[in-house]
Design a protein around this ligand. Structure first.
Ligand code: URA
Length: 237
């Protein structure tokens, strides 16, 4: 890999900044000073740059608390994408979202360039649970919990897989819904099937990932150690 690319993936600097810096402060690759940005570097080499030992990671993992108003596509269109919220250096990494949230849905979104993790979490036969906090336009009927536990017809070939609905006594229009599929507009269509329209949708968790120690609404950060272990667990499944 080119030295400037390698250093950009290990630091918060852009390739342009790195090229400029290298002229003044060469990197040390395997004990040798190197200032040419195009120098090929083995990712297993011991590299020092600006007095620090570089830690190379093959993949990038981001936990975002998605704000409303952004779409989860890589294609540019009418609406801003979640990728436009990311720092410039992430925008050059070919990242994608693990599953999709609607433009108006908020909450937990994983963004990565690790196709294996995405596959392990999103493949239809993996049945990874996703929990949403749902706010509807009217009280959610009490029979909805049983209906969702059985599976409901939302106009597809098959009814939905069993899902869990937890209702609250104090807030009759709100509840937690846990599904183990990822059909198009699934939560909204399930709520429509019991006569309710979703007015707000917030994703609380995906599998063992949650937002308890997560970024504030509208913010993002790279996975912490615990989340890296969770990712490894899914990848080994
Ligand atoms: N279900 C929906 O209807 N929308 C989402 O964004 C996610 C799940």
């Amino acid at each position: 890999m080119r030295l400037d690319k390698y250093l950009a993936s290990c630091t918060v600097m852009t390739r342009r900044e790195i090229k400029k810096e290298l002229r003044k402060n060469p990197a040390v690759v395997g004990g040798l000073k190197v200032s040419a940005p195009e120098t090929q570097v083995d990712v297993k080499s011991v590299v020092y740059f600006l007095g620090e030992k570089m830690e190379y990671h093959e993949f990038t993992y981001i936990l975002m608390n998605k704000p409303a108003g952004y779409v989860c596509t890589n294609r540019e269109g009418r609406n801003p994408t979640v990728f436009t919220l990311l720092d410039e250096r992430y925008q050059k990494m070919n990242l994608f979202t693990v599953g999709r949230l609607d433009k108006d849905t908020t909450g937990l979104l994983i963004i990565t360039n690790d196709g294996d993790l995405s596959h392990k979490m999103m493949h239809a036969n993996k049945h990874v649970e996703k929990t949403y906090y749902v706010t509807c336009d009217r009280p959610i009927p009490s029979y909805a919990a049983d209906a969702f536990a059985e599976g409901v017809d939302i106009g597809d070939d098959k009814p939905t897989r069993p899902a869990k609905l937890m209702l609250s006594d104090e807030l009759p229009c709100e509840g937690y819904l846990t599904i183990s599929e990822g059909r198009f507009h699934q939560v909204k269509r399930m709520m429509e099937a019991v006569g309710c329209t979703v007015v707000k949708l917030y994703r609380v968790s995906v599998g063992d990932f949650n937002l308890h120690n997560g970024p504030q609404p509208g913010k993002y950060r790279e996975f912490n150690e615990e989340e890296m272990e969770i990712a490894e667990k899914y990848k080994n499944q």
